[in-house]
Ligand binder design. Structure first.
Ligand code: C2E
Ligand code: CA
Ligand code: CA
Ligand code: CA
Length: 279
């Protein structure tokens, strides 16, 4: 029989209980995970037209002793409800800078993109904490690409703009992640120090698949917008050669996705020679 409990005027189903249990589990174990260093990063390459790896995106991973692997799609939204996201952000930043300094020692100067949450960018100490971390690891700020979603941009427009402009003065660069899924206007984007638009996987997925060609039209519009803003474009979630060729033909400069490589740990990339080339 289905369990159902009164909760004010609504009822929570058995599935609802399970989901809530999972939520509480993650929320409480995430705190321990942060302290006991259970979080790690993997790196996914970003390649140019000829397949040269120009940079990477760092993506967080959580292999929980108790829960097993938990995907960021599940725990990041929970972390974003509290200060935990800022701690995770700092862990990812430190691990990324550490990888970069190891790469520098091996003769490889690379750019790495990290994901910045809306809650992080509006923290009063965000600028100083970034600056002190890059100084600590001796990495020039222009080697870091900060990925912000359109949604994060509009949380507190004035504050985000000022923070971005200040960070840009030091050389940090910005990429607009999941572009095309939010609401930012061209007029607003024009006043921000952006160097790259990242076409969301959602649109890339449908290239060649949807018969009315809507996704392709959106991709075209994003590439036009990038031109108007004088910034480069990167496509995420590229899985097939058809998608790649379409995007190449339309002038998209760089690509990221399983077609080239899945995200892999530092050790995997460390074995590769300088400027590795992918298919
Ligand atoms: P995102 O920033 O849009 O990252 C791209 C996601 O797509 C990653 O999933 C990546 O592994 C996956 N992906 C890349 N290429 C392909 C492909 O060709 N096919 C398919 N099916 N997937 C592909 P992941 O690592 O599970 O991360 C999910 C989301 O979690 C990220 O989406 C980002 O929003 C968030 N996230 C991950 N790491 C961090 C982090 O360090 N900080 C913050 N704030 N968020 C993070
Ligand atoms: Ca991203
Ligand atoms: Ca993305
Ligand atoms: Ca995405």
């Amino acid at each position: 029989a289905k369990k159902s409990a009164p909760f004010g005027l609504c009822h929570i189903s058995e599935d609802g209980f399970k989901e809530f249990d999972r939520y509480l589990d993650i929320k409480s174990k995430l705190e321990q995970a942060i302290e006991s260093d259970e979080l790690s990063i993997v790196l996914q390459p970003q390649v140019t037209h000829d397949g040269t790896v120009s940079s990477f995106e760092a993506l967080v991973r959580w292999y929980s002793k108790e829960l097993g692997p938990v995907s960021p799609g599940e725990f990041i939204p929970i972390a974003e409800e509290s200060y935990a996201i800022c701690e995770i952000g700092d862990i990812v930043l430190r691990k990324t800078l550490n990888v970069m300094s190891n790469f520098v020692k091996a003769g490889l100067n690379t750019t790495i993109a990290i994901n910045i949450s809306a809650r992080q960018i509006v923290m009063p100490d965000f600028i100083n904490s970034l600056l002190s971390r890059v100084n600590q690891f001796g990495i020039p700020p222009h080697r870091l690409m900060l990925e912000l979603t359109e949604t994060a941009l509009v949380v507190d427009i004035e504050l985000v703009k000022e923070t971005m402009l200040e960070l840009a003065k030091f050389g940090f660069r910005f990429s607009i992640d999941d572009f095309g899924t939010g609401y930012s206007s061209l007029a607003y984007l024009k006043v921000l120090p952006i160097s790259e638009l990242k076409i969301d996987k959602y649109f890339v997925d449908d290239i060649g698949k949807d018969f009315d060609g809507k996704a392709a039209q959106i991709v075209d519009a994003i590439l036009e917008m990038a031109k108007a803003l004088n910034v480069t474009c990167i496509a995420e979630g590229v899985e097939t050669v058809e998608q790649l060729n379409y995007l190449k033909g339309k002038g998209c400069e760089r690509f990221q996705g399983y077609y080239f490589s899945r995200p892999e740990p530092e050790a995997y990339w460390a074995e590769l020679k300088q400027n590795p080339t992918l298919p």
